[in-house]
Design a protein around this ligand. Sequence first.
Ligand code: PLP
Length: 446
Amino acid sequence: APSGTETGEIIQNSQDYTLFSWSKQKGTNPIAVEHAEGVYLYDYEGKRYIDFSSGLMNVNIGHGDQRVTDAVMRQMQQVSYVTPSCVTKPRGELGKKLAEICPGDLNKAFFTLGGADSIENAIKLARLYTGRHKILTRYQSYHGSTNAAMTASGDPRKIPVDSQQATNFVHFDLPYLYRWEYGEENLLKESVAQLERIIAYEGPNNIAAILLEGESGSSGCLQYPKGYLQKVKQLCNKNGILLIIDEVMSGFGRTGKWFGFQNHDIVPDMIAMAKGITCGYLPFGCLMVSDKIASKFDDTYLPIGLTYSAHPVCCAAAFEVLKIYEDDNLIENAAIMGRYIDQKIDELKTKHPSIGDWRNTGLLGCLELVKNRKTKEPMAPFNAKPDDMVVMNKVAAKIRELGMYTFVRWNYIFIAPPLCINEKQIDEGLAIISEAISIADGEVIL
Ligand code: PLP
């Protein structure tokens, strides 16, 4: 934006006085958002962007919902803060509601401020509960940027801070089907066998928990082979290992169910939540634990805590957001709209030779672009630095120019719009993506 304009000043202030996550500080090019409503963001020049990633896959109910603003205002006026040793009406109401929507005996909530916080506390509790120290996690996962959560992650974002790794984490591999030559059944068999071997090598009695995303998110929506999570749960049961499921991104309707793991017929021991619990209206998170785990601390000191745990205004926002999912049938809508997108992407595949793969569950989807469908050579390599993503950068720039906000990472384009989206808005968004990936089609080597 030109300097001297209102937009210019807004951007300049942020660039001069604030730091931007996950990027070089020179050359950032942010959208200055003036307001947002439903599935759209608007900048100060009045340009409209359709939000095809729901912010950071968190604004599941859509932007600017007055019902949440009202709930927040009411709670703010009544009491905006109490210490976590006091209670408020929304704290208990929210805990009860979460216990209702979570399956099995997952009945106790510890409220946090975000995803990484929930993961940190899950890891801590798993170690305390089992008296064991190791945590097994998957390469190509993301669990947050605090120390243990980042160590737990298998995302290349951890590489620059490799020297700061937390201790006692072991990673295992789960190759993705699109790039596995021997079919889904074989992938299931090999991956489970590998995990079994790792458990034996590490010593089952040393392993506190296995931590996995309910559905894979920012690593490219890499889906589990059918039956995989059930097999993992069986291995956990057999070896006295807890299963922690990270629903930070895949939770709260994103995959067409309340939680991603419900697509796999399992019940974990703990669920880490954030994002869609308040949809970004306020920062918040939750660690849901089973009665079995919670009761261990009935007569034993629980050594976890946060100044803002169970923040009353955040609890009120979350309680209202959960009501909106139900009142507006958003979870059903996510499943229906997800199937609609699947159909439309099938049509796009015939038109665009650069589309290698489409992986989607509900409204958590990712297009993978390739230079050649046979060799599957990616349009940009895994962990490509932004400067090296020449073609994908052009695709991303086109997407933005045409009025869309979404994530383009390596050779992936994420499609994860708010759950309130309708067919017409999906058509509008996919038309933008179709036009933008024509640029990538030009790079396909036949
Ligand atoms: N877990 C998953 C699966 C995520 O996708 C994220 C964030 O993207 C996190 C944890 C971390 O959440 P937060 O950024 O709120 O700390």
